[in-house]
Design a protein around this ligand. Sequence first.
Ligand code: COA
Length: 270
Amino acid sequence: MARTVLVTGGGTGLGKAAALRFAREGDRVAICGRRTEVLEAASREIAAAGAADVATFACDVRYDDDVAKMAAALHERWGALDVLLANAAGNFVCPAEKLSPNGWKAVIEIVLNGTFYCCSAFGRKMIEAHAADGKGRSIVTIVADYAWAAGPGVIHSASAKAGVLALTRTLAVEWARHGIRANAVSPGPFRSEGTDKNLWLDETLAREIVESIPLRRYTTAAEVAESIAFLADEAKAGYITGACLPVDGGHWLTGSHLGFLDAIARAAKP
Ligand code: COA
């Protein structure tokens, strides 16, 4: 039976890869993001991949009113979600001493507040639905290894992701009795047009990063999407909740993220 799934930030990158993965299972897939034209293009791909239905919402998750409106519209259309993938994020590299209060706020509001607003708005309806049908439902969040270590160069994102990890574990315990599992995925370093532009800066740094990953390659969005799909699947992961799954080629075990983020932050223009 087709599940109902929302992927926040589902118009690009990892979010889109996960939305396509759910679409291939024949699920009903909703995506939200800030840019309508990006969402429209992604929705055509999602429909072509096999989704039973596709919905798009222009919604900036840092605004609780926007999230509440999206939740009301989606609940009206499909009822409670079976799967919420809280993926929407914002990030940029900036040494802590140069980060302005507005820069701090932008990332905290998107990553931490936005994740809470979505979990809250969609979780309430999941709780109500579980009381009626007893079905299991799932929330998956996206973190990073610096959520439990340190994120030199991305203090805002590290602080927000640490909050998201605590939020995920807390919901896992609080909402277990409502049949809701909550798990996090922690992707390793990605390489994309966006990261080339915003992060890796040059080929030397990109190579150094690969050499610091035990499996000696970057994570791909498609393989992270497989882990998200696994955790969201009641039949496969029905007894897994409160977990944080690194999909990072062993990268966090080496502690080398500390070095590379620091190098990126030092190389970044002020
Ligand atoms: N370095 C330092 N400060 C930065 C910055 C950077 N690269 N980018 C943004 N800021 C600061 C701005 O200067 C501003 O602070 P100020 O008012 O004190 O000058 C504050 O952050 C908000 O900037 P604004 O451009 O209004 O941000 P926004 O709310 O529109 O968007 C992001 C914030 C994080 C989404 C944006 O920086 C962005 O698009 N990042 C790249 C894309 C991305 O994040 N993809 C997801 C990767 S996980």
